[in-house]
Design a protein around this ligand. Structure first.
Ligand code: NAP
Ligand code: MG
Length: 401
């Protein structure tokens, strides 16, 4: 069989620990036998980030700007323990933070749905994709403890020196205060990424804030989305047969639970933080959550939502057998290959990505899965496979297709 050709390289960002082991297995078993894989390789493993003073992360991000599509393995975000473990020159920043700052995007997370892993919410039949705004609000807030009686104000000093003031509170006793901000540029690029991704995936878009209470701050988010929809996306959405829907956050939460799924839920930063964990858990497993960073400038970076699965890696190092779920990492590759196929007009490559996903899902539905899924599945008589044997089982299903 002749291998499927690629014309433009994918930016490949390798990573750490157990996911680095899975990465190699996926390439060898599921990709290289079928695709004449063309990638520009960047090693974002912690050792190499340390050797290059993290320049490799910047280089990989810039390569993504050049080629448009990247696939990323999970990476360690160093903390004090990691600095010691890897003898790091410094506590390097989160690679995902660096990449996001350079590509300026929104992260969309969606669960992989398989029969036998039932969502806790009975009505959910299709994935719910959660889009979280990743800048500002409470994450960049300034806070102060108020020790006793006194007046607290917001003061904006324009460049010409003119001041605008607003009373926060006339304190009669002790209390706390917080100042939040956001930027039009950031809200606009968030909105744009959401509208684009909805069109791209042909799903309805929901957005919700608390604009009835936050009449300036949250209302501004609502207005930015509404204006952009009216001016740039209304006709495109109508043509695609999808809708944009705005509601209050509490109403959205109730509707999400009663829905069938199959839409994108755009959330402000804090709502997205909280709701993405809720949605991921309710769908059954973190190991089945995909993630893609979509930049409003037209770059895509695909990865798994989970981390490097450190606990399994230490077992692997001790020579023990692991049963780590590779689904989300396989789907990172399939997502990236499909996007490359679409952009380069290579229908065979996109079709391969579809098949790879089908084969992976089929394998689980046939009762072959890793331990994390075996613990929660409603299927009976399942076969619990090791990390490598699961990937080999997917290959067998793929070859049979
Ligand atoms: P984690 O790697 O997501 O794993 C936490 C636990 O979730 C695992 O111990 C395992 O549970 C379960 N799990 C996650 N993925 C799984 C999979 N594919 N198959 C089976 N079980 C899975 O989170 P962590 O241990 O908190 O973080 C480890 C490292 O990952 C950290 O250094 C962190 O900085 C990094 N991280 C990176 C990213 C990223 O690159 N995007 C995201 C998050 C975290 P059991 O142990 O019970 O089996
Ligand atoms: Mg969180």
């Amino acid at each position: 069989m002749e291998k499927i050709k690629m014309t433009t390289p994918l930016v490949e960002m390798d990573g750490d620990e157990m996911t680095r082991i899975l990465w190699k297995m996926i390439k060898e078993e599921l990709l290289e036998p079928f695709v004449d894989l063309k990638t520009e390789y960047y090693d974002l493993g912690l050792e190499h980030r340390n050797e290059t003073n993290d320049q490799v992360t910047v280089d990989a991000s810039n390569a993504t700007k050049k080629y448009g599509v990247a696939v990323k393995c999970a990476t360690i975000t160093p903390n004090a323990a990691r600095v010691k473990e890897y003898d790091l020159k410094e506590m390097w920043k989160s690679p995902n933070g660096t990449i996001r700052a350079i590509l300026d995007g929104t992260v969309f997370r969606a669960p992989i749905i398989v029969k036998g892993i039932e969502p806790y919410v009975k009505t959910w039949k299709k994935p719910i994709t959660l889009a979280r705004h990743a800048y500002g609000d409470v994450y960049k807030a300034t806070e102060m403890q108020i020790p006793g009686p006194g007046k607290c104000e917001l003061v904006y000093t324009a460049e010409d020196g003119t001041e605008t003031r607003a009373l926060v509170h006339n304190f009669k006793g002790a209390g706390v205060v917080q100042g939040q901000h956001n930027l039009d540029d950031s809200i606009e690029s968030f909105a744009k990424s959401c509208f684009q991704y909805a069109l791209d995936t042909k799903q309805d878009l929901w957005f919700a804030t608390k604009d009835t209470i936050s009449k300036k701050y949250d209302h501004h988010f609502k207005d930015v989305f509404a204006d952009m929809y009216e001016n740039e996306y209304k006709e495109k959405f109508e043509e695609a047969g999808i809708t944009y829907f705005y509601t209050l956050i509490d109403d959205a939460v109730a509707r999400v639970v009663k829905s069938e799924g199959g839409f994108i839920w755009a959330c402000k930063n804090y709502d997205g933080d909280v709701m993405s964990d809720l949605v991921a858990t309710a769908f059954g497993s973190l190991a089945m959550m995909t993630s893609v960073l979509v930049s409003p400038h037209g770059y895509w970076e695909y990865e798994a939502a989970h981390g490097t699965v450190q606990r399994h890696y230490y077992k692997h190092l001790k020579g023990e057998e692991t049963s780590t779920n590779s689904m989300a990492t396989i789907f990172a590759w399939s997502g990236a290959l499909r996007k490359r196929g679409e952009l380069d007009n290579l229908p065979e490559l996109a079709a391969f990505a579809d098949k790879l996903e089908k084969a992976s899902i089929q394998t689980i539905e046939d009762g072959k899965m890793t331990k994390d899924l075996a613990l929660i599945t409603s299927l009976e008589n399942v076969e619990v496979l090791s990390s490598l044997d699961f990937i080999k089982a997917v290959r067998a299903t793929l070859e049979a297709m």
